[in-house]
Design a protein around this ligand. Structure first.
Ligand SMILES: [Ca+2]
Ligand SMILES: [Ca+2]
Length: 259
C-alpha cells in the first residue's frame, strides 16, 4: 500500500511536471512568436523610422517637397504660365478668338520657392498694334492681367498679381497713338519689339532691370466674362505695364518663397 501511494505520488509529480513543461512550452512559443514580431520590427527598423518620418512630414511640410497648386488667371487676351522654368499651362482660347475674355484654372505641381513666369498678350492684328483694321471699330485695343495661385494642401492663396511683379514689354505699338485713326495704319503706325531673353523663365534669371507692374482699377481695365466667375483674393490686382493700350506683349516674373 505504501509502495502504491509512493508510486501514485511519483506519477502525479511526473504529470504535473509534464503539464508544467507543456504550459512553459506554450508560453515559450508565444514568447518566440511575439519575439518574432518584434524581431521583424527590428529587422525593418529602417521602414519603421521612415514611417515616423512620413508622419512628421504630414504635420510639418518640408519646403522642398513637391506641392500641388491651382492658378486662377484672367487675361485680356491671352497668357501662358511657367513655374520654375517649366510650362504648366496656357490660355485654352486662341488669341485670334474675338473677345477672348475667359478665365482659366490651371493645376500644377511645384516645389517652393516658386518662380512664376507668364507671357501676356493683348490682341493685335499685326505690328501696327491695332485691331478691327479698316472697320469703324479700328482701335488700339487694351490689355490686362490678374492671377492668384493657391497651395491646395493649405488652401492658402500664396501668390497674386500686384506691384511686386516685374514685366518686360516685348512688343509695343503703335508708338504714335494718333495713327489709331489712320486710313493707312500699316504705313503710319510704328512699333518697337525685342526678342524674348534666353532662359527668362527659370529661377536663375535676373529680372532686376525689368519694370515693376502698374496696378489698374476695374474701371480702367473693364474686365469681363470669365473675370466675374472667379472669387479673387483681395490682394490680387489687375496689372499691366505702363500703357494698357500700347504695350501688347509682356513677359512677367514673380518669385514666391514658402509661407
Ligand atoms: Ca484686348
Ligand atoms: Ca493694344
Amino acid at each position: 500500500m505504501l509502495l502504491y501511494v509512493r508510486y501514485r505520488a511519483r506519477q502525479m509529480r511526473q504529470r504535473l511536471s509534464v503539464h508544467a513543461m507543456q504550459i512553459f512550452g506554450a508560453v515559450a512559443v508565444a514568447a518566440v512568436l511575439a519575439g518574432g514580431c518584434s524581431t521583424g520590427e527590428d529587422a525593418a527598423s529602417g521602414s519603421s523610422s521612415s514611417v515616423s518620418t512620413a508622419s512628421s512630414v504630414d504635420s510639418a511640410p518640408q519646403q522642398d517637397a513637391p506641392r500641388q497648386f491651382t492658378a486662377d488667371i484672367w487675361a485680356d487676351n491671352w497668357f501662358s504660365l511657367y513655374v520654375n522654368g517649366k510650362l504648366v499651362g496656357e490660355d485654352s482660347v486662341p488669341i485670334t478668338t474675338e473677345r477672348s475674355f475667359n478665365a482659366e484654372r490651371i493645376s500644377f505641381e511645384a516645389t517652393y520657392p516658386l518662380t512664376i513666369a507668364m507671357v501676356a498678350k493683348d490682341f493685335k492684328e499685326n505690328d501696327t498694334g491695332l485691331e478691327y483694321i479698316g472697320t469703324s471699330r479700328q482701335q488700339m485695343g487694351d490689355g490686362g492681367l490678374i492671377a492668384q495661385i493657391t497651395d491646395t494642401s493649405t488652401g492658402k492663396v500664396v501668390a497674386t498679381t500686384g506691384p511686386e511683379w516685374r514685366g518686360l514689354v516685348v512688343q509695343r505699338a503703335p508708338l504714335d497713338t494718333a495713327c489709331e485713326n489712320s486710313a493707312t495704319p500699316e504705313t503710319d503706325c510704328t512699333f518697337e519689339s525685342v526678342g524674348e531673353p534666353a532662359d527668362w523663365t527659370p529661377p536663375s534669371f535676373d529680372d532686376s532691370k525689368w519694370t515693376p507692374a502698374t496696378v489698374f482699377t476695374e474701371d480702367e481695365v473693364q474686365p469681363k466674362e470669365g473675370y466675374l466667375s472667379v472669387t479673387w483674393d483681395p490682394s490680387a490686382k489687375l496689372i499691366w505695364t505702363s500703357s494698357l493700350t500700347q504695350d501688347n506683349t509682356i513677359l512677367w516674373r514673380r518669385s514666391i518663397t514658402a509661407e
